[in-house]
Design a protein around this ligand. Structure first.
Ligand code: PLP
Length: 355
């Protein structure tokens, strides 16, 4: 007889994001360009000096100090892990778990709910308005009835691109504070947005902001993300994460990347400009486009099924994210901002399909 996994795990679906072999990959919001060549050279040199027979720095002190310097904070307010997904998992392990609840506002990043469930945390989801904004009355009612220990926001929100206004985040934090709930603002695309909830961080507030190297820093392959949080949160996260979870190379990569901030910021500016061009071009086609503060754009063909358009794009060797069957996102597709050439290939294929 095969041993049975947990009943709730048996009932779960895994996380799927198809890795299809196409010419133009605009489906996972990666940076269209690799990191600067000077960074790769520095990292290659540094790897030669790794003491392979020794465990890496368990506290990842250099890395956390480097990240802290980006945000004007000390290393003790930074928790780093293998992708922001591991950060989210650590938050769920420390603050969620059996008998506890996490709240999400849909549509949003599917992994918030998925990771919470994997850790045995019950997930309570409330809807956003049709325009994907948060109704603060719904937020208040949901938190009061669910009494969650974790409340997830995502700004800019994936997959809608919507940036949560500061007043909204402040109100959610205020309600959560009165209920003893920890608010997690996932800012995987924070650098593309006009403001950051990191500006609200305070030792006295139950607020955590998560970031990643996967998107803006052009380092999805490195698997590195982090939380900016009060020290009392960081202390608990350090308890639940596996010892030596961040390998020596990942730590070096993340530390050295911080020395290339100016190039990263130049790329962000370039992608934001390209986003403006792509949105303007999409507006000429029979699709609905939502305003985005991230490096992707959500759109819905006016008169064609999203699934069908997605398949026809794949046939033209263009891969976008198919959100057509996600709750609240009927027929929607999400396209990552690529290079000008990639975006032109996408636009040409879409024009051919729709007109
Ligand atoms: C891409 C993404 C992440 C990144 O996860 P990593 O594990 O750091 O690669 C986190 N949150 C959101 C909303 C994302 O879109």
């Amino acid at each position: 007889m095969r041993p049975a996994p947990r009943d709730d795990v048996v009932a779960m679906e895994g996380y799927h994001s198809p890795q299809v072999d196409v010419d133009v990959r605009l489906n996972t919001n990666e940076s269209p360009l690799g990191p600067p060549a000077s960074f790769v050279a520095e990292l290659t040199d540094a790897i030669a000096g790794v003491e392979w027979h020794r465990y890496p720095d368990r506290a990842a002190r250099d890395l956390r100090a480097a990240i802290g310097s980006l945000h004007g904070r000390g290393h003790e307010q930074v928790f780093a892990a293998n992708g922001s997904n591991e950060v989210l998992q650590s938050l769920c392990l420390a603050y969620g778990g059996p008998g506890r609840r996490a709240v999400t506002f849909e549509p949003t990043y599917a992994l918030h709910g998925h990771i919470a469930r994997v850790t045995g945390t019950e997930v309570v989801s409330a809807p956003r308005r049709d325009d994907f904004t948060l109704d603060l009355d719904v937020v208040r009612r949901t938190l009061e009835s669910a009494q969650p220990t974790l409340t997830f926001l995502c700004s800019p929100n994936n997959p809608t691109g919507l940036v949560e206004p500061q007043e909204v985040v402040e109100t959610v934090v205020e309600v959560a504070t009165s209920l003893g709930s920890l608010v997690v603002v996932d800012e995987a695309y924070g650098q593309f947005a006009p403001w950051s909830a990191a500006s609200l961080l305070d030792e006295e507030l139950p607020l955590v902001v998560t970031r990643t190297y996967s998107k803006t820093w052009a380092m999805a392959a490195a698997r590195l993300g982090y939380a900016l949080a009060p020290t009392w949160v960081v202390d608990e996260l350090e308890k639940v994460v596996l010892p030596y979870h961040l390998d020596a190379v990942t730590q070096l990569a993340g530390t050295l990347a911080v020395g290339h901030l100016a190039e990263m910021e130049a790329r962000v500016a370039q992608l934001v400009e390209e986003r403006g061009r792509l949105v303007a071009e999409l507006a000429q086609l029979p699709v609905t486009v939502w305003p985005s503060g991230a490096n992707f754009v959500l759109f819905r063909p006016d008169a064609r099924a999203g699934d069908e358009v997605w398949k026809l794009l794949v046939e033209r060797s263009v891969l976008v994210r198919n959100c057509a069957s996600w709750p609240g996102l009927d027929d929607c597709l999400r396209v990552t901002i690529g290079t000008r050439d990639e975006d032109d290939a996408f636009l040409a294929a879409l024009r051919e399909i729709l007109t």
